[in-house]
Design a protein around this ligand. Structure first.
Ligand SMILES: *[C@@H]1O[C@H](CO)[C@@H](O)[C@H](O)[C@H]1NC(C)=O
Ligand SMILES: *[C@@H]1O[C@H](CO)[C@@H](O)[C@H](O)[C@H]1NC(C)=O
Ligand SMILES: *[C@@H]1O[C@H](CO)[C@@H](O)[C@H](O)[C@H]1NC(C)=O
Ligand SMILES: *[C@@H]1O[C@H](CO)[C@@H](O)[C@H](O)[C@H]1NC(C)=O
Ligand SMILES: *[C@@H]1O[C@H](CO)[C@@H](O)[C@H](O)[C@H]1NC(C)=O
Ligand SMILES: *[C@@H]1O[C@H](CO)[C@@H](O)[C@H](O)[C@H]1NC(C)=O
Ligand SMILES: [Ca+2]
Length: 530
């Protein structure tokens, strides 16, 4: 008993000394004994360069194969340096952008020189984490031998499937990107997520004076949290309320597109192209794992970062409820109300609101129906219905590959309106077809039927219902008859009264023969004795 009390005290003490949102739960004592309390929580910020996978493009852009001399912008006539991939002391491979440097020794990745001028010297650096991350401070890219005069930072939020520009960098934004130059301090709270082009980090200041190119996160945070970030609550409140703000700092991949190297403040000097190249010694990416406020730890597992999910959530980003904990739909934790937020824990199926009403996560509400003496789920979502939201609504059918608590458990029948009797279907999605219609959705016709906003029996075809007397069958819907024939299958001659009509073959002639027939009939009548 005493031990427990001490433990409790210790935990509470720990909680109060920890930073904001660093604890997912703690044991607290109440009148009914000690119980767990849950809080919104997030992992600490970390140096994500330690976990990044780096790839440079095009192949062969890294210097040293074959070995190559290079000069510097400050002293273009001193070209004694050499890059040689086969010599560890003279090699400059990509991993030197993410290593931890020791004893003040600067190590860097370096590209080939701009020997092929005027063809542009282009290089891409792709960084991937296979994990959603949220920036917590400035991205810092350190260039040795001068910063590029044109460059783009891109980001992806879907593991590299789609990309968007994050920030443009140029010594002349209008010239390079047709964008007016901006700085983060020009931005207001309303347009803080605007993608800008900045000239701040591209102008020539000497290669040793300012080596860093920044993507400003701190300055953007400061717009809400104050210059020394003393009011983080205000930032976190905005994160919840301002659309797109959290996403703006979220990424799974980053990409640097280097489009033109440092030029030393002048034009490209064609007589010494060995002084133009890119060299990066460090890429700092301070960020935290995105765990949707459901984890305070994020650890490397099988080579990938993984949130250590609490609140009975699971998934790489704690983006789902654990199996069996889907009494209500999954929700991210919330920073609100500050300072502790709301954990939005997943709760065990069947235990929601004290009753024993399972709704498979399709409803948050149950109601007691007095005269039936049952408890039933109210307003089942995701096209479900039933006491436990365990059935599909009419017009929907059960998705065989989804669990009962899956949001896509019910699939729309999608019956063809013209071809089917109604919009309901059976358990495997088959609709009930009208005569002549077929197919799961009744959008096809049986043999012997044609489709025209529904299925109709063929009028003619190439087998049983052949058009006669040279008529042709048009889309099974009608025979197109030669002029002298009529009838559904062109089976009737147009001048049955006469005897000689059949031979005629043009409307003009047919008229003439018709006349002739009449004349003959009259003649016959005249000659016949009364
Ligand atoms: C860099 O990536 C962009 C976008 O995928 C691509 O269009 C470009 O060709 C790449 N450049 C190099 C040098 O690989
Ligand atoms: C990315 O992470 C997921 C989840 O941890 C894992 O299943 C997948 O294999 C990883 N992909 C790579 C290329 O490591
Ligand atoms: C952001 O908004 C401020 C004030 O509303 C405006 O002065 C500034 O030009 C805007 N910046 C951009 C990049 O649109
Ligand atoms: C998660 O489930 C366990 C049982 O497996 C339970 O002890 C714990 O209290 C649950 N946590 C939350 C936050 O609901
Ligand atoms: C059926 O459920 C699976 C598993 O959730 C899902 O991937 C699939 O998209 C669903 N099918 C349809 C048609 O919604
Ligand atoms: C639905 O109808 C189709 C076609 O009539 C049939 O093959 C299937 O077995 C039916 N499925 C169920 C669950 O009744
Ligand atoms: Ca380095």
């Amino acid at each position: 008993m005493l031990l427990q009390a001490v433990l409790l005290l210790l935990l509470q003490c720990l909680a109060s000394t920890l930073g904001q949102y660093e604890l997912c739960k703690s044991l607290v004592s109440t009148d009914e004994g000690s119980v767990w309390e849950y809080y919104a929580c997030q992992p600490k910020s970390a140096s994500m360069k330690d976990y990044m996978r780096i790839k440079v493009d095009p192949p062969g852009i890294t210097c040293g194969n074959p070995p190559e001399r290079f000069c510097t912008l400050e002293n273009p006539y001193l070209c004694s340096d050499e890059c040689d991939a086969s010599n560890p002391d003279l090699a400059h491979p990509p991993q030197l952008m993410q290593d931890r440097e020791r004893n003040g020794l600067i190590t860097y990745w370096q590209t080939v020189t701009w020997r092929r001028h005027p063809e542009p010297l282009l290089a891409n650096i792709s960084m991937s984490w296979n994990k959603s991350l949220e920036l917590t401070d400035d991205i810092l890219i350190t260039f040795e031998y001068g910063r590029p005069t044109i460059m783009v930072l891109d980001k992806s939020m879907d593991h590299g499937r789609s990309w968007q520009p994050y920030q443009f960098y140029a010594d002349d934004c209008l010239d390079a990107f047709n964008m007016p130059p901006k700085q983060v301090r020009d931005l207001s709270p309303a347009n803080i997520t605007r993608v800008i082009c900045t000239e701040q980090y591209s102008r020539w200041v000497g290669s040793k004076n300012d080596k860093n190119v920044k993507f400003e996160v701190r300055a953007r945070f400061a717009v809400f949290a104050g210059p020394r970030l003393q009011n983080m609550d205000s930032l976190y409140t905005r994160m919840e309320s301002m659309k797109g703000l959290r996403d703006f700092f979220t990424f799974t991949n980053l990409r640097l597109r280097l489009l033109r190297p440092a030029l030393g403040g002048t034009y490209v000097q064609r007589d010494n192209l060995l002084k133009y190249f890119y060299a990066i010694s460090n890429i700092e990416v301070p960020a935290r794992c995105k765990c949707n406020l459901h984890a305070s730890q994020c650890l490397l597992q099988d080579g990938n970062l993984q949130c250590q999910c609490e609140h009975n959530t699971t998934g790489q980003d704690c983006q789902r409820c654990k199996k069996g904990f889907k009494a209500k739909s999954w929700k991210a934790g919330s920073y609100l109300p500050t300072p502790n937020g709301t954990p939005n824990t997943c709760t065990i199926a069947g235990s929601s609101s004290g009753s024993n009403c399972e709704c498979y996560g399709h409803s948050n509400r149950c109601s007691y129906i007095d005269y039936l003496n049952i408890i039933t789920c109210v307003s089942c979502k995701h096209n479900t219905r039933g006491q436990n939201c365990q059935h599909c609504r009419l017009g929907y059918f059960r998705n065989a590959s989804a669990e009962l608590d899956d949001e896509s458990v019910c699939i729309e029948c999608n019956c063809n309106q013209m071809g089917s009797v109604h919009d309901r279907c059976n358990g495997t999605g088959f609709c009930q077809c009208k005569d002549g219609a077929t197919g799961a959705k009744c959008d096809d016709c049986l043999p012997g039927y044609y489709w025209k906003q529904g299925c109709y029996p063929n009028i003619c075809d190439e087998e049983m219902l052949l058009c006669q007397n040279g008529g042709t069958c048009n889309q099974n819907q009608k025979c197109i008859c030669p002029p002298e024939f009529k009838g559904v299958l062109c089976q009737h001659s147009r001048c049955e009264a006469g005897k000689d009509c059949n031979a005629a073959s043009s409307p003009h002639l047919s008229m003439a023969t018709l006349l002739l027939c009449t004349l003959l009939a009259h003649l016959l009548a005249m000659l016949t004795p009364h």
